[in-house]
Design a protein around this ligand. Sequence first.
Ligand code: UD1
Length: 426
Amino acid sequence: MEKLVVEKSMNLRGHIRVSGAKNACLPILAATLLGTEDIILEDVPKLKDVEIMCEVLRALGAEVEDLGGGVVRVNAKNINTYETKYELMSKMRASFLVMGPLLGRMNKAKNSLPGGCTIGARPIDLHLKGFRALGVECEEHYGEDDDGEDSYILAHTENLVGNKVYLDFPSVGATENIMMAAVLAKGRTIIENAAMEPEIVDLSNFLRKLGGNIKGAGTNTIIIDGVEKLYGAKHQIIPDRIEAGTFMVAAAITQGDVIIDNVIPNHLRPVISKLEEAGCQIEEFDESVRVVGPEFLKGIDIKTLPYPGFPTDMQAQFMAMMTQCQGTNTVIETVFENRFMHVDEFRRMGAMISVDDRSATIKGGRKLVGNKVYATDLRCGAALILAGFVAEGQTEVYDIYHIDRGYEDIEAKLKGIGGNIKRVNE
Ligand code: UD1
């Protein structure tokens, strides 16, 4: 079993490069199923989740070739099945993103459902609402098996037809899945209350390169005029704003001075703003940001929201920082109903945090002490590394497969700015 061993590492400094965005890459890989010619993707991060999505594509009959250096070629001309099996689906929820493209290409898709997810129920009702609006019959089969092994969705249609879809919540995945189905539908689809995340814009840009006709991505109304066929393209994945934000907090929490490269500062507005409020100095350049952490961090409050609000995927890392901010800090999580599993792990390190439903109060300025802790999910894992950098003694982070799902080469990158972190095989 692998673990990460982290030692106190103040004053991180130097340059650190951000990889391509996991959450842009996964839907774009799913969308390659819509193309009928070679697709070249650049800046594809080397991550477990990306590997799983590539496996999903191969299992559907697509050619997927790793050309090295973050470049991947996909050709989905000869996909030969519409079914994604439980073994793959259960490894990653985002596998559900192949449903939209399969409906576009084959008018049919069958996808196993994973069991409950640790960060809330994460239903798929909005995805299905969208498909149904496009004329798809979605049969929901819920088996008796608790882990969902015999539960699946079978979706089929004679013809996808454009329609208006209002999303009750601006779900990222539902917006993406509906966009991908609508791009080959007959007529116009309008997604109202759509998610506005930068990853949606990247998916839209990619689909447009394939020949899709999409307007409005990045706003709350996306208009898709269906086309007959999509072709090939070359596309570079946008930088990962959550990885960037994680490194920004690493600088902030260690009184560091770090330049984070391959960043689109505009994607990080709430993160920059909250770090400034905590007393960090931030300089923005075209494709990088410099973060200088203060001697004393000021207390702050955050509330997670859909983009352009504060990202839920940065909540745990900020909570790690809040254990060091002066006074009382609060976190309100509005996106997921159960995203405070990291609290118990911080407590094992000496943090004082109380939780009441969707809000957490963190007593700042506490000395943390290294301990054995568990990455209960991806961002929790990253947050524990950050806490380890300011804790006395040694922090051992277990269950790090979660971290490898979403951070490329994290220990090498953090070592490059002076982080004392190593991977140990027990
Ligand atoms: C994506 C990101 C994830 C991020 C999240 C929110 C990917 C691969 N993952 O996840 O890292 O934390 O956005 O920014 O891009 N919901 C429904 N019904 C649905 C779909 C969602 O009620 O049909 C609810 C969910 O339960 C959750 C909220 O909407 O409470 C947000 O989910 P959503 O935006 O769909 O997140 P994901 O696309 O799963």
